[in-house]
Design a binder for this molecule. Sequence first.
Ligand SMILES: Cc1cc2nc3c(=O)[nH]c(=O)nc-3n(C[C@H](O)[C@H](O)[C@H](O)COP(=O)(O)OP(=O)(O)OC[C@H]3O[C@@H](n4cnc5c(N)ncnc54)[C@H](O)[C@@H]3O)c2cc1C
Length: 489
Amino acid sequence: MTSIQTELAIVAAGPAGLAAAITAAERDIEVVVFEKASVAGGTANMGMGPLGVESRLQKELLIGITKEEAFQIMMEHTHWNVDARLVREYLWKSGETIDWLEDMGVTFDRPTKYYPGADETWHVVKPEDGGIPGPRAASAMTKVMYQQAKKLGVQFHFETPVKSLIKDDSGRITGFKAEAANGEIYEVEAKAVLVACGGFGNNPEMIREYTGHVDGKDMYGFRIPGIDGDGLKMVWNAGGGKSHMEMERILGNEIPNVGCFTSKLIFSQASALIINRQGYRIINEEEIKNGAVAANSISRQYKRDAFQIIDDSIIKHFKRNGPDFPSTVFRSDFTKLFYDEIDDMIEQYPEAVFKADTIEQLAEKLGINMDTLINTIEEYNEGCEKGYDDVMGKNRKYLHPLIGRTFYAQRISSSAYGSLGGVRTNHKLEVLTDEFETIPGLYAAGTDVCDLYAGTYCYRLGGNTMGFAINSGRIAADAAVDYIFDSIE
Ligand SMILES: Cc1cc2nc3c(=O)[nH]c(=O)nc-3n(C[C@H](O)[C@H](O)[C@H](O)COP(=O)(O)OP(=O)(O)OC[C@H]3O[C@@H](n4cnc5c(N)ncnc54)[C@H](O)[C@@H]3O)c2cc1C
């Protein structure tokens, strides 16, 4: 067994753990980080960038959203059903955190938004080669953060998952136990411990128990390896309380986001008709632009899914006018790609993609009552002809009747970037018991504590979860360092 003594011991090197390590090291605290994976960066290596409000970059570009406005947006979005003080601390710090990352060497593209009408808070990271930012761009940021932490003297132990926290007789957390891939056991003694293991997005049992979703049936999440709920379990086992848990839900199905992604996305345009298994419309299809909101509507349905229906005439419209929601994936002749791919998609995913020559045949394939589907489509088509959608109020520019020749349908359900919440904390990120008492020496950050959206991920303020991870890491580290200094005095 290897024994290590340090001042702050951090569990995990995702963006929350890295931000915490740098923050503490900047205040001359000795920091040791134990990480389960072989590299730093966690889930953020898959993403594009964090939220910031009132960053230097936004001010230079005259992007006007203020902290107060962002706070108001979050509080209206959540009906105040979250820790308002924590939201405040996070948003107030977020702009300065972007500046802090830039000063470290991270470069950002122009802040952007997730969908038309949202706010430009998403600070997408520029890739290392200076190319166009895309998926995984944020790995350039975590690389800089890791190098900065190393420069400041932070010690890292990779492939060494932490197994349990150590608590002394007075109730203080004084370290943890970890076990390396080669079987080596570590016992780390620390003045404070900070946990940031990224939630339980890769743990189907916990997903089922705490969110009701069934992996592979009505939940097709990203399932990032290693994100197994370890942080939650170790904190709960040490007496930490539980907070509300949910999935960071967006739209998804069993078709992976590689391969036929463009064809999959052709269904997710405002012009498609969305119906449930009873054959009724359930949403203004324009709302599909905000995947978190649309996922709410769809996950309320029987079997937590719905069908998106398009036809050749709508595809022809896209060919002439482009998709309803432009995206970098719609390159060259994307409608030809659709026709090239669709039969393979049907063969590969027979429960998710369908094609039919008539509405009657479509009803049969989808298992929907024929008369109801015919009525719904007739009613919808009449609305399209009038240019007025009396059922859901869809904008007339997206009203294109379904007339054939061929009809195509995609089953749509839920996906998730990961989970949200689980560890109860206060706004300083001190871990609390279920009785709201602090556990001395124990702090948590990132997804493990991110109970910030009250059921619906706040897509309007893009970069929200990675933003929270980095900022909560910084806030938690500052609180832990204050505690360490107090305990020395
Ligand atoms: C495809 C994809 C794209 C995304 N894009 C964005 C985006 O652009 N903007 C945005 O805001 N959010 C995005 N997200 C979400 C964002 O990446 C996460 O919110 C963020 O990474 C959470 O940070 P974290 O530090 O809390 O946890 P994570 O980044 O998940 O890191 C957790 C770390 O804990 C480690 N760990 C787990 N158990 C242990 C253990 N027992 N001991 C030691 N280490 C352990 C893991 O190996 C991992 O390194 C995206 C997510 C996905 C899947």
